[in-house]
Design a protein around this ligand. Sequence first.
Ligand code: AMP
Ligand code: GLY
Length: 422
Amino acid sequence: MKVLVIGSGGREHALCWKISKSPRVSKIYCAPGNGGTAAIAENVDIKADDIDRLLDFALNNRIDLTVVGPELPLVLGIVDRFQEKGLKIFGVNKDCARLEGSKDFSKKFMEKYNIPTAKYRTYTDLNEAMEGLEDFSYPLVIKADGLCAGKGVVICNDKKEAMAALEDILEKKVFGKEGDKVVIEEFLDGIEASLLCFVTKDKIIPMESAKDYKKIFENDLGPNTGGVGCFSPSPLFTDELKKKIKEDILENIKNGLNKEKMDFRGILFIGLMIVKGEPKVLEFNVRFGDPETEVLMPRLDVDIIDLFEKTIDGSLKEADLKWKEEASLAVIITSKGYPGEFEKGFEISGIEELDEDIILFHNGTRLEGRTLLTNGGRVLSVTGLGPRLEDARKKVYANIEKISFNGMYYRSDIGKTNIEKE
Ligand code: AMP
Ligand code: GLY
């Protein structure tokens, strides 16, 4: 079968890599792809949110299955458009994508269905929002309602910062229409964890857990990024916590989706904050995570095409998901300056010297002839498996030094932090 993967990051490279292991797949296209996907798929020069052209491409090339990586095309309704034309596509429809596309919608959903989350209020008017600040203590969190490429969340330590964030979003419109509404939220102090689930009909089936490192500097200092390191499983996920998540969160989400008649078929990524042992939902995403996918795909021990198809037709069962016992860990190499301004276009060398059992996913690279160049803030995910986390960690760090490019940066403490003490 012919598969089209939409997106251009490490997540999409990891999906292409896993899809390429399926004996059922004869050809993979990736739109637009990157320097890494080019080795296992045919890159197609169409942007991930250009739904008209993606649809034409899928029809003209008789694509049997399309897999959507990023949130934007989902929120824009790519799944509905493909289905109208009778094309098979893995991802949630536009209705369900609101759980990621609008923070206000997702917070209302959580409130209505008793899903534990931070206390919040939504505002459209600047003066009312300013007054609303009085109902919260500091630090507090201010979020633009819509999709802001991971930049719409501001943690404010005092009133001055909070007023500036509200003005930026509601008055200066730094996020345009995506900031027509703003959510003010209680700050939750705890340990973060990512739980990705396959969801279909009346089933929510969790994958293995993962821990994402969001801060750019060691010891979790500096600004937030898209994620610069990750490992799986997270030791935080004890049986007791898993039980709580199932009873207090997954069951309530299932009930909510049923009651709202939301036909959710795809990935639900639950961003969790564990506060003194109690899981609370920070946010929902309706897609695979990046870099979570880079550590989960190497551990997944079944054909992912079967999982995609069973999610689409509603027949997926818990027993369909099988995982390798080994731990996996990824360290993401970034460009100097990321998550702020950075330059790209530097030649990358050394990747042919990596040990055979290192899996290298490309986050932001492009090929110019045979030369591999940096093409993003996050550049490469160096991923390894091992019997224990420590083994995977040693393997990755022993290899990472073989790679070099101008301004290359990475954290040296991925997988080292004692997450119980964070
Ligand atoms: P979000 O896009 O909502 O996941 O927010 C991005 C990041 O901001 C999260 O991964 C957390 O690190 C942080 N964050 C969001 N909401 C809160 C909250 N209520 N309390 C503490 N940190 C938060
Ligand atoms: N790793 C966080 C995300 O994919 O949104």
